[in-house]
Design a protein around this ligand. Structure first.
Ligand code: N01
Length: 480
């Protein structure tokens, strides 16, 4: 039987595998449905894909990279970094690529992991490192569009927009990155926007050769840079908890909007009506200028139906508009709180995660859930961030998880006590209550279908790290 079965070889799964190797463990596997490591940074290949957190922070603390080409590195560089890490720390040989996990079932003292090819793997512990942004969300509309169509996370490699009329549904963090490309290439671009988004400048400076060699030869300089970014972002976390501070950022964004978009009608369409930070803050210098170009139309009426080669919208007065298109791209986000996978993880008593959570994921320390012994989540419920790098959260979770996995070497099973889980969830619910995510007047993917915020960690990363360091096994029930 395998000791630890890690599902997913993105930042979380690789990070845990590397730390297990550093502890001298070899009794684990990583099951990865793709053909390469990298997770979201392997899957999202749309033009312009890049990180909106500075790379010197959006990387493992134990694997600094002096060679980042710019402040916010492009997807290809981040993917290269993760591949390098998998080689450098010798974890590739633990990866089984092309293995899609379709379900997991607790059998009393171990997990049976079921794969799409019909095979089963017995594992003492399972770690879900599947990433919250891995299952594309595709809304269903009446009718069918029959031209080329795909989700932004499944960008078609051969798709050539030159000379085409392209429609884009959605204007979140993904869309703002590829819309400037489409505007340049397509003959016409129609953006179907449901909610105007806040966009702030993205000072993406290039690191020159001299800087990189300083980072390489004098690691403390790079460490100071990382610490500077870390603390600046930690201070920024206060603005999410005291949203009035956000007005400064709104003022900056509105100034950028006024500069980029001369047409007052378009500007009105693009002016958000909620408090900045309620949805993820978007970083771009070329998104609004792209929308102001003559070959672009921003449609704010709601989508009524799809037709063979058109999207039909309807305004508040009931008038219908037909937008003829050659291709349609869904930039409609991911299934974060209602992943279809939840119904296929069956814990103690034959109950699935979907049944237990009932639309609102809850976990002790964002890492384990009562009723699911020896099952752990990396970037689980309430560990998402709006202000800084999630890699910091992943690392804090991994260090805590290592304590649990060490204990499980001699114990049969371990799961959180109901009291510990309830207390944690109550504290998070209380802390998130007055933050901008809950009070900013928007509907975001941070809120689940019950209206509860089950994705965001509402405080600083420092506080999460301290919490995770301070917790040992007191919140768990251990079966010998
Ligand atoms: O998805 P989103 P994303 N009809 O959910 C619209 C991370 N990320 O892929 O705002 C019409 O943000 C929806 O409209 P509305 C980051 O954490 C990180 O862009 O709900 N429209 C919205 O505009 C981010 O938050 C990086 O009204 C519909 C859009 O689709 C997360 O990924 C880069 C609709 C979805 O936006 C997701 O971003 C990129 C419907 N039925 C992404 N349904 C980094 O750099 C949805 N929409 C780290």
């Amino acid at each position: 039987m395998i000791g630890v079965c890690i599902i997913g070889a993105g930042f979380s799964g690789l990070g845990l595998a590397i730390r297990l190797r550093q502890e001298g463990r070899e009794d684990f596997v990583i099951l990865e449905r793709g053909r390469e490591v990298g997770g979201t940074w392997r899957d999202n290949t749309y033009p312009g894909c890049a990180c909106d957190i500075q790379s010197h922070l959006y990387s493992f603390s134990f694997a600094p990279n002096p060679d980042w080409s710019r402040a916010y590195s492009p997807q290809s560089e981040i993917l290269r970094y993760l591949i390098d890490c998998s080689e450098r720390f010798d974890v590739r040989r633990f990866c089984r690529f092309g293995v899609t996990v379709v379900g997991c079932e607790w059998s009393g003292d171990h997990w049976v992991v079921k794969c799409a090819d019909g095979s089963e793997i017995a594992a003492h512990s399972v770690v879900m490192a599947v990433g919250p942004l891995s299952e594309p969300s595709i809304p269903s509309f009446d009718g069918v569009f029959r031209g080329p169509r795909f989700h932004s996370a499944k960008w078609e490699a051969g798709f050539d927009p030159r000379g085409l009329r392209v429609g884009v549904i959605g204007n979140g963090a993904s869309a703002v990155q590829f819309i400037p490309f489409l505007q340049r290439e397509a003959s016409r671009l129609v953006l179907f926007q449901r909610t105007a988004a806040w966009v702030v400048p993205r000072p993406n400076r290039v690191f020159h050769g001299l800087e990189k060699s300083v980072f390489r030869k004098l690691p403390f300089v790079r460490a100071i840079l990382r610490a500077g970014i870390y603390w600046a972002r930690e201070v920024f976390s206060y603005a999410f908890r005291y949203p009035r501070i956000m007005r400064v950022l709104e003022w900056m964004a509105l100034r950028q909007l006024a500069r980029d978009v001369g047409d007052p009608v378009l500007r009105a369409k693009l002016t958000p009506s909620y408090t900045i930070g309620c949805k993820r803050i978007l970083l771009s210098d070329d998104y609004w200028p792209a929308l102001a170009a003559p070959n672009v139309e921003v449609v704010t009426e709601s989508i009524l139906r799809l037709e063979d080669r058109a999207v039909v919208t309807r305004d508040a007065a009931g008038r219908e508009y037909r937008h003829e298109l050659d291709a349609l791209i869904y930039a409609t986000g991911f299934r974060v709180t209602d992943s279809p996978f939840y119904s296929r993880v069956i814990g103690r008593g034959g109950r699935s995660l979907a049944e237990v959570w009932n639309g609102s994921p809850k976990a002790y320390l964002g890492t384990t859930t009562r009723g699911f012994p020896n099952l752990f989540f990396l970037l689980g419920p309430n560990t998402g961030l709006g202000h800084t790098s999630v890699v910091l959260m992943i690392e804090a979770q991994i260090e805590h998880l290592l304590k649990l996995l060490r204990r499980l070497r001699s114990a049969r099973a371990l799961e959180p006590r109901s009291s510990a889980q309830d207390e944690f969830v109550r504290a998070v619910d209380r802390d998130v209550q007055n933050t901008v995510w809950n009070t900013g007047g928007c509907q975001s993917w941070y809120l689940d279908r019950t209206g509860r915020n089950s994705t965001i960690w509402p405080k600083s990363v420092v506080s999460y790290r301290k919490l995770m360091e301070s917790k040992n096994l007191e919140g768990y029930e251990v079966r010998e």
